[in-house]
Design a protein around this ligand. Sequence first.
Ligand code: S3P
Length: 182
Amino acid sequence: MNTRAFVRECAPKTQALFLVGFMGAGKSSVGELLGQRLGWPFEDLDLRIQQRDGRSIEQIFAESGEAFFRRIEHDALREVVNELGSNPRVIALGGGAFAQPENIQLLKSAGAPTVFLDGSVDELFRRCQDQGRPRPLRSDLDLFRKLYDARRGHYMSASLRVDTSGKDVAAVASEVAEALGL
Ligand code: S3P
């Protein structure tokens, strides 16, 4: 969907905005800034998962495996969607959440706009490296690229794609806000 169509179809009924995309796309940092600018609360789905489970994402993967993580990720997302009301908010999803068909379906049936923050794989990989935070599914560049390629089709089903390559957090946040007509 192009920007004009996005504004026409989504912005008037926007009560929540979901940021999706691969690791290193800047979903949390853009989401936080966007929330501040719009005066909308920001939430990071991974934080909710950690609070509900009482373990870090890294521990959940190590002790219970990815399939378990995907189940509790879906439960947490369903909880967020059920809480959506008249107060708008910005929500950042973890990199794999919008690659699960049941989550895509959930967001589509909630009518919530989704923004795919994209970028070159090399840059995404480098940003993850610079952040230094442990990410269970980030290994070497080859596997990182393969995982990105496998997920891209799902990401492309988002309401809008914004290329973050070479842009800082503030520029991306402005672009998303502009696309929303806000
Ligand atoms: C994941 C990305 C992570 C986190 C988990 C799984 C993925 O979030 O949800 O490690 O499958 O790509 P970020 O995209 O914030 O790194």
